[in-house]
Design a protein. Structure first.
Length: 101
């Protein structure tokens, strides 16, 4: 989704969405050969989930950053690091974080 689409969805200025991106509250990237930010819909859903409380009201707390993978040491026959199984969590609508909407 574009910054404009994100701003329109929450009825805020594009400048506000750019500030969220620069502060790390919303993950976004620029496609190869592009000049504008694009926000993955899964990342946007995570941000929206962190914005609203269970009652559907805007939360007074600062929105959460998207989840980071948790790494644990694998003590098997060949030591290595692996992602912990709890990295992907189900959102409010039952979708896994990071999956395309």
């Amino acid at each position: 989704m574009t910054v404009r689409q994100a701003a329109d969805e929450l009825q805020v200025q594009r400048k506000t969405v750019y500030e969220w991106i620069k502060s790390g509250l919303v993950r976004a990237g620029i496609l190869p050969g592009g000049t504008e930010y694009r926000i993955h819909r899964g990342d946007w859903a995570i941000f929206l989930d962190s914005l609203f409380t269970q009652g559907g009201q805007l939360s007074a707390r600062r929105p959460l950053k998207p989840p980071c993978p948790t790494i644990e040491e694998d003590h098997g026959s060949s030591p290595r690091l692996r992602l912990k199984p709890d990295f992907f969590t189900l959102g409010a609508e039952g979708r896994r974080a990071g999956k395309s909407l």
